[in-house]
Design a protein around this ligand. Sequence first.
Ligand SMILES: NC(=O)c1ccc[n+]([C@@H]2O[C@H](COP(=O)([O-])OP(=O)(O)OC[C@H]3O[C@@H](n4cnc5c(N)ncnc54)[C@H](O)[C@@H]3O)[C@@H](O)[C@H]2O)c1
Length: 266
Amino acid sequence: MKLKNKVAVITGAALGYKDGGPSIGSAIAFKFAKEGAKIVVVDILEQMGKKTAKKINETGGTAIFVKADVSKTEEVKNVIKITKDRFNQLNCLVNCAASYEGDIFHNVVDTPEKDWNNTININLNGYFRFTKYSIPLILKSGGGSIINISSDAAFQVTKDFCVYPVTKAAINSLTRTLAVDFAPKIRTNAICPGFVKIANSENDRTPEELQKWIDGIAKKYPLKRVCSVEEIANTALFLASDEASYINGQCISVDGGYLISDTHDF
Ligand SMILES: NC(=O)c1ccc[n+]([C@@H]2O[C@H](COP(=O)([O-])OP(=O)(O)OC[C@H]3O[C@@H](n4cnc5c(N)ncnc54)[C@H](O)[C@@H]3O)[C@@H](O)[C@H]2O)c1
């Protein structure tokens, strides 16, 4: 067991809101629990967040669900208080919660200010808040690891989609800053996925439409398939474990070689 006697807070760890299918955060929660960590599942989605915790508890692990909006400081502080009261330690924080809501598929001129601010407040400031209020407890617990779920969008932009890549690039910079400021007690790294198939990718597509859409995306990847949530969870487990004991301040693309290839131009 790679995370025996550890406690992990994972934000955005509810199962997919459409049908309880996979999300990246829930896959990380299941993986960490299987490796012995006690999990604090955090999300705004109460029903699906409780489902993640229930599934862990039913399969021999230990998890609690705490409902919190990462954009609200008092709710974030409450998660850390509950973690301390319940487990009296925190060894790993995984910042994963992000929102794609609002009128954000635009260039800078056309993006409404309120949607820009809302995305920054959840996707970037949410990581800042959770990190800020977790660090004292991680240090008190003897140190640990912070993992920020970022994106290849931190390195590469898409036309008419400006605010999301801005948050991910800033998360990578935050990752490096934390890696310097809080080493040697805390190692901080980021995972930058390419396209990952999650339950919520399905939107309102029929199964046939969904397959066609995913096949089209997969063609652009050197590995000729898209990433699974388990492959992101495997990377998170590695980074959280002692096997990554000398890895600090890295922003690791888990994208099947997408960014370094030119296949997406064809
Ligand atoms: N799926 C992909 O292709 C992909 C690619 C690159 C990066 N990512 C990143 O992976 C992470 C997880 O996303 P996902 O793909 O599993 O999507 P998802 O929508 O299934 O998961 C995001 C979770 O965050 C929660 N959330 C949203 N706003 C919140 C808030 N204010 N407070 C608390 N929780 C909130 C949602 O309820 C949801 O459960 C995100 O950071 C995303 O940017 C995903």
